[in-house]
Ligand binder design. Structure first.
Ligand code: FAD
Length: 366
């Protein structure tokens, strides 16, 4: 056998899990696809976000909270190990509202979730004037915001770089240009790549993002993941304009304002469109009018990896015990949980988190 674990997919999910397993002394080989692959990990919005997660499943809210709570320690360890800082700010985040009705309706939902979480859901409602004290550049059309104190944001590309560097430092092999075409289990796992590479492994993690939809069924998974496009814009570097991030805009550690993202069901088309970008810009200017004068420097489209209910999927294959499907909608937020907590579940230790609600049983035809 070549490796304890073969990890199919070297995005933020696969690398976070690889990091966690290597920290526990396992040998790990990450097989990542070719340059034409869809890579959500390189096109996302960088929020480490709790609010609005798990409105219909409090366990998902809890899981996001657990990850957010251990994110800073995780980022610090990565930085100490690699000398590459992973910028992170966790001083709360906003859900901005342009109407009293939507603000009120959202607050009611948050109150319900807060009760389900035994009160551990620290948010406050800021009217326009209170918000303006926190965010002097907020526009008059914003009637108010929900400030959730567990929210924050990170630099997702630096996270990815630091993860890859630390995985290698710990002896993990990260092989690129290795599109896996078949996984069989005569005895140990046998993994075949398009270029003819064959790898033997004791266990396999399928964390191939959208690629899981093709490979998953042959490994006994349903893997019902679909793409959803998000278009994103970024401005030139600006002096401090935005204090805390929101789903509309955030000021990144390097100074640019990132604006996004659309939610579009357009299959595997990851291009940007003029209406998509104009809509984003208009909303951001309504929130922060000073942005009307900002120069845009870049735009891109990327595909989210969504399950039917938007929750993560954590499933061991019944057909191929020792093969696990790991996929989620918010891989940046959950990076710390995947690195520090998920390995207990994979290894079946006493500390394993209860992830039953995230199994594929919920997709069973009734
Ligand atoms: C616009 C946008 C905004 C987002 N904003 C946020 C946010 O603010 N906060 C947050 O937490 N999350 C956010 N996300 C989601 C986050 O980016 C994803 O959850 C995360 O990147 C998923 O990582 P992944 O490793 O599962 O997938 P990917 O990054 O897509 O990586 C999958 C990898 O698998 C490889 N692969 C595929 N098939 C095969 C195969 N057969 N063999 C070998 N390798 C294979 C590919 O080459 C690829 O590198 C956003 C996503 C988008 C698109």
């Amino acid at each position: 056998m070549d490796t304890d674990y073969a990890i199919i997919g070297g995005g933020v999910v696969g690398l976070s899990v690889a990091w966690g397993l290597l920290s526990r002394g396992r040998t790990v080989t990450v097989l990542d696809g070719d340059d034409g692959s869809f890579r959500a990990s390189r096109g996302n919005f960088g929020l480490v976000w709790v609010q609005s997660k798990g409105m219909n499943q409090p366990r998902y809210a809890r899981w996001s909270q657990r990850s957010a709570a251990i994110w800073a320690g995780f980022a610090e360890e990565l930085a100490a190990n690699t000398g590459q800082p992973v910028p992170l700010e966790q001083k709360g985040g906003y859900d901005l509202h342009f109407s009293e009705e939507t603000l009120q309706a959202t607050v009611e939902k948050y109150e319900t979730l807060k009760a389900q979480l035994d009160g551990d859901y620290p948010f406050e409602v800021l009217g326009h004037n209170a918000l303006r004290i926190e965010e002097p550049h907020i526009g008059p059309k914003v009637v108010g915001a929900i400030l959730h104190h567990q929210d924050g944001h990170a630099n997702p590309l630096k996270l990815l770089q630091a993860l890859a560097a630390d995985v290698r430092r710990m002896g993990g092999r990260v092989l690129t240009g290795k599109t896996v075409t078949a996984v069989t289990k005569p005895d140990a796992f046998r993994i075949t790549c398009a270029d003819g590479t064959i790898l033997g492994a004791g266990r396999v993690i399928l964390s191939a993002g959208l690629g899981a939809a093709q490979l998953g069924p042959s490994m006994g998974f349903k893997a019902p993941v679909r793409p959803q496009r998000g278009q994103v814009l970024i401005t030139e570097k600006l002096p401090k304009l935005i204090n805390r991030p929101s789903l509309i805009a955030r000021q990144v550690d390097e100074g640019g304002i990132q604006i996004g993202a659309t939610n579009e069901e357009v299959g595997h088309d990851d291009r940007v469109t003029q209406p998509g970008l104009s809509g984003l810009a208009a909303e951001a200017i309504a929130a922060y009018p000073a942005l009307a004068r900002a120069q845009l420097v870049r735009s891109w489209g990327a595909l989210r990896v969504l399950s039917p209910d938007g929750l993560p999927i954590y499933q061991e294959s019944t057909e191929m015990p020792g093969a696990f499907l790991v996929t989620c909608h918010s891989g940046i937020t959950l990076a710390a949980a995947h690195a520090r907590l998920l390995p207990d579940w994979l290894e079946g230790t006493e500390a394993a988190p209860d992830l039953e609600v995230f199994s594929e049983a919920r997709f069973a035809v009734s």
